[in-house]
Design a protein. Structure first.
Length: 190
């Protein structure tokens, strides 16, 4: 499975002003650097938690409709959360035509993590090609105020570490940041 960002987030979970307050920085001289550190910390948090923090539209690709186990053969587990909505489920049929599956042919579970799409009558045969199944969905928190405080605090710790050290000395996430983000990690076993 692969993921492609269709519409990236338009905001970060933290503002430069919030970061400056945390770091006790009074001047505007390093605002550009702080903006880069905010993006880097968000990306680190997203990779660690397997969540996307701010509202983003992505596509997730599969070569065939996934079959995890016999009992899960009609389920697609989505790899990122929190999911706001499913935009479309498409596949390339055996003739090579792209087909959009109408939403009455599947149910969605946007609450569980990972989120799920469950076929109501079984999935379809696909052409033997890469990325034959494409799920487009909106993922992430609607606004920065919805991002859990623990993740924001972890980002601030990461930013503080990167801001203070400015060298490649961190071999892994700072422990406090890990502990803050651990409850939000999404694990998948497929």
């Amino acid at each position: 499975m692969a993921i492609s960002v269709i519409t990236p987030a338009v905001a970060e979970p933290l503002t430069v002003s919030e970061v400056k307050s945390f770091l006790r920085v009074d001047s505007d001289d390093e605002d550009t650097l702080l903006a880069v550190l905010i993006s880097a910390a968000r990306e680190m948090a997203e990779k660690y938690t397997r969540q996307i923090l701010m509202s983003t539209t992505i596509e997730e690709f599969y070569d065939i409709f996934p079959e995890y186990t016999i009992k899960d053969s009609d389920i697609i587990y989505l790899s990122r959360g929190p999911i706001q909505s499913i935009t479309s489920v498409k596949y390339v049929d055996t003739l090579g035509d792209e087909i959009t599956i109408t939403n009455d042919k599947y149910n969605t579970d946007l609450i569980s993590e990972p989120g799920r799409i469950i076929s109501t009558a079984g999935w379809y045969a696909t052409k033997d090609t890469v990325n034959a199944v494409v799920v487009r969905y909106v993922v992430g928190y609607s606004s920065a105020s919805d991002v859990p405080a623990a993740i924001k605090q972890a980002m601030l710790l990461l930013i503080g570490e990167m801001y203070e050290k400015r060298i490649d000395s961190v071999k892994r996430l700072p422990t406090a940041a890990e502990y803050l983000m651990n409850p939000y990690r999404v694990f998948t076993y497929y």
